[in-house]
Design a protein around this ligand. Structure first.
Ligand SMILES: C[S@@+](CC[C@H](N)C(=O)[O-])C[C@H]1O[C@@H](n2cnc3c(N)ncnc32)[C@H](O)[C@@H]1O
Length: 272
């Protein structure tokens, strides 16, 4: 098979890291996410995946568990609203639309930088109701491509921390202004988490890439009075963490009593 050479810069390169994590998980027994399409796409890419510092079989289940969490929230939304719009911001090379496999009444929109979408266009299959939008999420223009006639589920997995706080706040307000009503689900790193992950990113990709850290849910609540918090969960205490291997769960009973460690990563769901 001729492989496609993929070279992505800055934050975009991290989409290869999470893709590889899901491909590694797919080859593990048990697998958390069973993302065979991720494994197929990795096999088509000419890139030194094995050379990525910070992604290996020990870490891969964490990437898979986070994605499982957002898959489950997406499925839950679509079970209640089978005719809906799904918008995935910072989609990277994630295959969620194929994992969740929504029904024909769902319009699904994946948004990322043009270089990432160009890789998706070369390597991903197409599917009915599925659209890709090449844009920075910080630009107001991408919203114009998305209709507002159906209930909307906006997803941002592994994105907020790459934005500055001001960019993040503006993004939330723009989403609310455009759709009027909907649900938004996303994860955050705490400020300590941002510092720790930046150290790891410097090792893996030669530069720190993260900016926006969130320590408490109240910081998100304060972004806009139209946001109503439904869930705020430590990534370690979320139901999806139960699927992690025992070795990754050993410290959870200890860590749950120390908010700075417990809340290094959090999952949020808001309605607006
Ligand atoms: C860690 S990856 C996560 C990808 C995917 N959501 C996943 O979970 O596998 C971060 C992604 O955010 C994207 N990203 C970061 N800043 C962005 C921006 N301003 N606009 C669009 N995408 C952005 C990057 O290009 C990259 O694909």
């Amino acid at each position: 098979m001729t492989q496609v050479k993929v070279r992505l810069d800055r934050a975009m390169e991290t989409s290869l890291l999470t893709l590889y994590g899901k491909a590694l998980d797919a080859a593990m027994t048990p697998s958390i996410l069973h993302d065979r399409l991720a494994a197929e796409i990795v096999a088509k890419i000419d890139y030194d995946f094995a050379g990525i510092k910070g992604m290996n079989e020990r870490v891969a289940p964490n990437a898979a568990a986070r994605s499982k969490h957002f898959d489950d929230w997406t499925r839950e939304f679509l079970a209640a609203q089978p005719a809906a719009t799904v918008v995935q911001l910072g989609c990277g090379l994630d295959t969620r639309a194929w994992r969740v496999d929504p029904g024909p009444a769902v319009g699904w929109h994946d948004v990322d930088f043009p270089d990432v979408i160009a890789v998706r266009r070369k390597l991903f299959p197409t599917r009915p109701g599925y659209q890709m939008i090449e844009s920075s999420v910080t630009s107001p223009s991408w919203l114009a491509a998305i209709p507002t006639d159906r209930p909307v589920f906006v997803l941002a997995e592994g994105l907020t921390m790459y934005l500055s706080p001001t960019e993040g706040h503006e993004l939330f307000r723009r989403v609310i202004d455009h759709f009027g009503h909907g649900t938004i689900a996303f994860d955050t790193h705490s400020r300590l988490g941002v510092r720790l992950v930046n150290i790891a990113l410097k090792r893996a990709f030669g530069r720190a890439l993260l900016h926006w850290g969130v320590n408490r849910a109240a910081e998100v609540d304060a972004i806009d009075p139209r946001l109503h918090r439904v869930d705020a969960l430590s990534a370690l205490l979320a139901p999806s963490a139960l699927s992690l291997p025992t070795s990754s769960k050993l410290l959870i009973p200890v860590v749950r009593h120390f908010p700075p460690l417990r809340d290094l990563g959090q999952y949020f769901r808001y309605t607006f």
